[in-house]
Ligand binder design. Structure first.
Ligand code: NAG
Ligand code: NAG
Ligand code: NAG
Length: 484
């Protein structure tokens, strides 16, 4: 009896201490034992544009340039973009067309089942001052057409980072793509990728030019490790880096809950990233990703809960040595997960913005939490190895009704006398900009249709005492803390 009573008391004490405060010790220097550290890309968060829709985003959606410029203002670097998706494998290059893209659709909400694009498409991509990944067609099995397009991409896109040869090839059989008309499985696809990498890479005269992989189905079956093992050094030297896609899906609550995100990123990518690092030393990116596949789910993807997922997921991926993450943007006007469009902002832009604000100018990131509770903490370090900023996240779910709980987070090991912070908040997890309930970050919002910041930038100030500061986060909220 005494024994089990003691155990009960211990359990109660543990439960109470969790409810009372969570404490995270901020390492004084990058590399301090007890944590894992990942190096940061200068611009780890980027945007993927569906191939056929890219010219529309760049010529006919005012928000695009401003939404990207807002991040450049934080980091000093234009965010990376990728142009690709399902329609890259439906597209043929037509040197004679003066249009960006040519296609017909029954309604504006549809994606075309076939399209052509001209040299101007690449000229337009070449106007972007940040890095560009261009996705080209492998499904049609017309390598001469793809080589012709690759040559124009190389000559026109001055910030070309890489070329993809095919998007999500595991679906080629289902999609009736000619290249998969015989046997099609991971090893046949890998042999095809190796062969195309060599042929396209040598045709454009560039090594380190291919973004390889690009599957959505899970590794290891459809993963970089098997692709690397299948090829020889010649095939691999054309590869600049490896990519995977990911759409975790779920309800708002499961999506935004921190342990779900931790498990998703770890289970999908930890082993595959490690294999790429160990065998090639090359980068690993999430070449196309967002909350729910197929353009998003109306009840999930445009919400503040999805925004918090976007933030947490970007940071967890960075922590797992994913160099860049490209959030997909599909058909203009028919895209639940889009960060911006012609008329309305998407709540997820705010989550991505907070992640960019945390990582801006940082050289390394660590996660202080083990991913087993709803409370997360990340720290980003500057180039001297000193802690620069922290992000605290309370992923307790607030559906809308009822009272909103709050959670105290204590940071220890701080050196400043006071710290300031910017809060990412909204009325509830279900808040949507297009339904009149915008999130805010540091008191600011972004104007529908333009993405210009609105309102007064607001910092909260917290005193540090004995190296400690305590912050209160309501359920479904995050806070970026500026440590220097
Ligand atoms: C540009 O946007 C308008 C709606 O504002 C649309 O009707 C038109 O088709 C778009 N043009 C292109 C090239 O996407
Ligand atoms: C490497 O593999 C490619 C096929 O992907 C093949 O054509 C080439 O001959 C191989 N090179 C060597 C040196 O084995
Ligand atoms: C990321 O890579 C570094 C080596 O650069 C390694 O020390 C660290 O453990 C990796 N992070 C994770 C979460 O595995």
């Amino acid at each position: 009896m005494a024994k089990s009573g003691g155990l009960l008391a211990l359990c109660l004490a543990a439960a109470q201490s969790v409810a009372a405060a969570v404490t995270f010790d901020v390492p004084s220097k990058v590399g301090t034992v007890g944590y894992k550290y990942a190096p940061l890309d200068p611009a780890p968060v980027g945007i993927s544009f569906e191939f056929f829709a890219f010219p529309s985003y760049f010529t006919n959606v005012t928000s695009t340039s401003q939404c990207l410029a807002n991040w450049k203002a934080l980091t000093g670097v234009w965010p990376p973009i990728r142009i690709g998706g399902t329609t890259q494998d439906r597209a043929s290059y037509d040197a004679s067309t003066s249009a960006y893209v040519v296609y017909t659709v029954k309604t504006a909400a549809d994606a075309p089942s076939a399209l052509t694009f001209g040299p101007k498409f690449m000229t337009l991509a070449g106007t972007y001052p940040g890095t560009v990944v261009v996705g080209l067609n492998r499904g049609k099995n017309n390598i001469e057409n793809t080589i012709a397009a690759a040559k124009v991409a190389v000559s026109e896109v001055k910030n070309l980072l890489a070329i993809e040869l095919g998007n999500e090839p595991e679906y080629y059989t289902k999609d009736g793509q000619p290249i998969a008309s015989g046997t099609w499985n991971p090893s046949v696809d890998a042999a095809s990728q190796n062969n195309w990498n060599i042929r396209v890479g040598s045709a454009v005269g560039k090594k380190n030019i291919i973004q390889a992989g690009n599957w959505n189905d899970a590794a290891p079956k459809w993963g970089a490790a098997q692709l690397i093992a299948s090829g020889n050094g010649t095939a691999r030297e054309y590869v600049r880096h490896y990519a995977h896609h990911n759409y975790p899906g779920g309800t708002i609550q499961s999506l935004m809950t921190h342990p779900t995100t931790v498990k998703n990123v770890r289970n999908q990518f930890e082993a595959d990233v490690a294999a790429v690092k160990a065998q090639t030393g090359k980068e690993y990116v999430l070449g196309e990703t967002n909350s729910v596949s197929g353009g998003g789910a109306a009840g999930v993807s445009p919400t503040f809960g999805a925004a918090l997922w976007t933030m947490d997921y970007s940071l967890r991926a960075a922590y797992h040595n994913v160099s860049r993450i490209y959030f997909h943007h599909g058909t203009v006007g028919n895209c639940q997960y889009c960060f911006f469009g012609r008329y309305s902002m998407g709540a997820p832009y705010y989550g991505a913005y907070a992640a960019v604000a945390l990582m801006a100018g940082g050289s390394h990131i660590t996660a202080l939490d083990s991913g087993t509770t709803n409370y997360a903490a990340y720290v980003v370090f500057d180039s001297q190895g000193a802690p620069l900023r922290a992000l605290l996240y309370n992923s307790d779910y607030l559906s809308g009704g009822g009272t909103r709980s709050s959670q105290s987070f204590t940071l220890t090991g701080l050196t400043a006398a006071t710290v300031k912070a910017k809060r990412l908040t909204a009325a509830s997890a279900g808040s949507r900009v297009d339904q009149g309930s915008s999130p805010s970050f540091g008191g600011q919002t972004f104007v529908d249709g333009t993405c210009v910041a609105d309102g007064t930038e607001t910092y909260e100030t917290t005193a540090v005492s004995g190296g400690q500061a305590t912050f209160s986060l309501k359920a479904t909220e995050a806070l970026v803390v500026y440590l220097q």
